[in-house]
Design a protein around this ligand. Structure first.
Ligand code: MOS
Length: 762
């Protein structure tokens, strides 16, 4: 313990006084605050008048509330109120008020709105008490009489109801039109694969439970600490639902303990906490239980079918990919599942199809690499099957069909170093030592197999604002309403600013997580570095120019007759490039110019005219070794090499941590994770950490991450793309392919649990 504390207190080497450069490993600037408990999360902010709300969830999957008995709960000492749809304060009735910035088409869920029950676990009451314990106990005493109606929660039983969704969601691309004549090409080709895939529901389960602390000021102003991927999205939502003006509500999400997409939309504990605070005119906190973390958005259950056809030399002739996924009765949750199959491999005939089925569930929500996690999985397992049908090495098949231009739309890629990923990954892994035949290696009771897959994800850029304030002492504060869900936003943004201004990292603070800061997009889609990072670079460039002008005006200035391109910001100074001893500390320029502070603001808009001409993607090649125990069906993933092409890497340490986190989740998707429903009750059964399996330390072995060189100035001025999601894509497919190589058994359903490994079919 002492060692740990000493280590935490010691200055880390990479936070020394030297200049910081992007592209180097830098420890998290918020790391110490987090591990010492100083970082406060949404449920940790105190208020003197705080009341505690506990949610009561519906036991029924569908029906009408006939009555709610709150008498026993209200009789508990310390209980202040029990809110239900009968006595809640007024909230707006129009759908539009409930549409947060990422809402899909449909009518968003409204907690405690009326007597409708639309899914099991739906919040039906909020017990508010002086203590959490009183609220929790009283919540157990609330009873309901519900007139149940028949429900349907099973995707496989409802596939005949599949329909094409309307493409109304920001960032969602419906499947493109067919290229060529896929059916004819499939029929004519000599080698074919036709395979069906299944992926179960997953729930994100970040460590931090969903929580909102609403602190009510004397003047009625609400300061809300919310677990969300966007303080501004939650602020917007609360304003609209309750009809509160923008300056009456501030939302903060200074620290977020993981989210993975679950915080892209405001969750119901926020609505309930605000409702109670307005009703009781006091501060209120609502924290969900781990069980209740299974009562909102999730990765949707999906069935897929992939057909591939090729010439005997491996040339792909047809790609056909269909997906049917679940959504809720009220909204069309859409994600990109099949489109990836039109982006990866050269092929003249491609047909893609995506449909939804409405089930009596809460609306699904994006989960890390939404759509690609299972869509690319199906394609990449099918490619492996095709390779075996062709008696070809799986990597050779991919190289044979390597796309130099985007197959489905005949556009160039903005950059694509996937070939380097294949080469470097294969070399590092030792892929050339792999026997082609399955079941060729046994060690003890275990069969050893090697598999690989390709990964792909978008390289997006949104718009953002940033401000920068340089103080007289040379300290810089840069701000944007960005979010750090544990990905390293604080660190990377500070690095970008420090590098631009030539300041040591400890002189730069990046402020985020507050709805009053300059506009930033929701943290999602691996786009924060390209978006907020570019805004930070932009505002620093403005600051450089202004500071340079001030420096030129100083008496006897060495910069009087030079241009901005002739100077550089290095080591806390402004200096001439060709005469480095002519250097002025930034603090001296500020003081001599009589400036207390210098502020700049910047709006970063993506160059869409230029970007539109290119398909902008990140890529990966994943190589995996598994050991399968034939007696128990246990699969161990003993080695993973992931080679990533994601533009310039800004911080190799936090980026590596993103990719290894993604690999761990890929192992989880492959082997562990699924929310199992009891369809008679219409509810998830394993809604806790004991029964919802995720990998633990013992499940994780060697992981190698390689970043191949790529620099993409079309995606962002930084040359960066994004690394939040690509680490996950393809991992489960590589594991499935390695299990085939080890055992000769093809598994097309995730998670690949021991019963499936031992069982006969997929
Ligand atoms: Mo991510 S699933 O875009 O938060």
């Amino acid at each position: 313990m002492t060692d740990l504390i000493e280590a935490l207190q010691a200055p880390t080497a990479d936070r020394g006084t030297g200049a910081v450069r992007t592209g180097t490993p830098v420890s998290r600037v918020d790391g110490r605050a987090k591990v010492t408990g100083q970082a406060k999360y949404a449920a940790e902010h105190p208020a003197p008048d705080l009341a505690y709300g506990v949610v009561v969830s519906s036991p029924a999957a569908k029906g009408r509330i006939v009555s709610i008995d709150t008498r026993a709960a209200l009789a508990v000492a310390g209980v202040v109120e029990v809110l239900t749809h009968k006595n809640r304060p007024k909230i707006r009735s129009f759908d539009i008020a409930y549409k947060d910035m990422t809402a899909p088409a449909g009518s968003p869920f409204r907690p405690l709105y009326d007597d409708h029950v639309m899914y099991s676990g739906q919040p039906l009451a909020l017990v508010v008490a002086e203590t959490f314990e009183a609220a929790r106990y009283a919540a157990s005493l609330v009873t309901f009489e519900i007139a149940a109606e028949p429900h349907g929660t099973k995707l496989s039983a409802n596939l005949d109801r599949a329909y094409k969704p309307k493409p109304l969601k920001a960032g969602f691309e419906p499947p493109p039109d067919e290229k060529g004549d896929t059916d004819a090409a499939f029929d004519a080709a000599p080698v074919k694969i036709d395979a069906e895939f299944y992926s179960g529901v997953e729930h994100h389960n970040p460590m931090e439970l969903f929580a909102s602390t609403v602190i009510r000021g004397e003047d009625g102003h609400l300061t809300i600490y919310d677990k969300t991927q966007s303080s501004q999205n939650s602020r917007w939502y609360v304003s609209h639902v309750f009809g509160l003006s923008k300056n009456k509500v501030t939302v903060r999400n200074t620290y977020v303990g993981g989210a993975f997409g679950s915080g892209l939309r405001p969750q119901y504990q926020l609505t309930l906490a605000v409702m109670a605070a307005l009703h009781l005119k006091r501060s209120v906190r609502v924290v969900l239980t781990r069980q209740q973390m299974f009562t909102f958005g999730h990765r949707p259950e999906t069935v897929q079918r992939v057909k591939l056809a090729a010439e005997r030399d491996g040339t792909l002739r047809a790609i056909w990919h269909q997906a049917i996924a679940e959504t809720s009765p009220i909204e069309d949750y859409v994600e990109v599942v099949v489109n990836w199959s039109g982006l990866l491999y050269a092929c003249d005939n491609i047909k893609l199809d995506y449909k939804l089925v409405k089930l009596d569930q809460y609306t699904p929500i994006d989960m890390r690499a939404p759509g690609a996690a299972h869509g690319v999985h199906a394609l990449e397992v099918a490619m492996d099957e095709l390779a075996y049908a062709l008696k070809m090495d799986p990597l050779a098949l991919r190289l044979k069909n390597y796309a130099e231009r985007v197959p489905i739309e005949d556009k160039p890629y903005s950059s694509k170093e996937l070939r380097a990923c294949y080469e470097l990954g294969a070399k590092q892994f030792g892929w050339d030592q792999r026997p082609l035949e399955p079941r060729s290696r046994r060690e003890g009771t275990e069969l050893v197999g090697w598999g690989m897959a390709t990964g792909v994800w978008d390289a997006m850029q949104m718009f953002a604002r940033a401000s920068a304030v340089l103080h007289a002492d040379g300290k810089l504060v840069v701000s944007s309403a960005a979010t750090d869900i544990g990905t390293g936003t604080y660190t990377v943004m500070a690095m970008i600013a420090a590098e631009a201004m030539g300041l040591p990292l400890e002189d730069v603070t990046f402020q985020l997580g507050d709805s009053t800061l300059p506009v930033a997009p929701i943290e999602g889609g691996s786009s924060h570095v390209t978006t907020v990072g570019s805004a930070v670079a932009g505002v620093c460039e403005k600051l450089q120019k202004t500071l340079f002008k001030h420096a030129q005006k100083l008496r006897g200035s060495p910069f009087a007759d030079v241009k901005l391109k002739d100077v550089e910001f290095v080591g806390g100074t402004l200096r001439l490039k060709h005469r480095q001893e002519a250097a002025l500390p930034l603090s001296a320029i500020m003081n001599d110019s009589g400036l207390v502070k210098l502020e700049e603001k910047y709006l970063m808009l993506p160059n869409m005219l230029k970007q539109r001409k290119f398909r902008r993607l990140v890529h990966s090649a994943v190589f995996v070794e598994v050991r399968v125990d034939e007696q128990t069906g246990m699969v161990r993933v003993t080695r993973v090499t992931s080679a990533i092409a994601a533009g310039r890497i800004m911080n190799t340490k936090t980026a590596t941590s993103q990719i290894t986190g993604g690999i761990v989740w890929g192992i989880s998707q492959a082997l562990h994770e699924e929310s199992y429903a009891d369809h008679r009750l219409g509810r998830f059964m394993n809604h806790n950490y004991a029964e919802y399996h995720v990998p633990v330390n013992a499940d994780i072995h060697a992981m190698d991450v390689i970043f191949v060189e790529e620099d993409d100035r079309i995606v962002s001025r930084l040359g960066a793309k994004g690394v939040g999601e690509i680490g996950l894509v393809g991992v489960a497919a590589a594991i499935s392919n390695a299990i085939w190589h080890a055992t000769g058994k093809r598994l097309r359903s995730t998670p690949m649990t021991p019963d499936k490994v031992l069982g006969g079919g997929p």
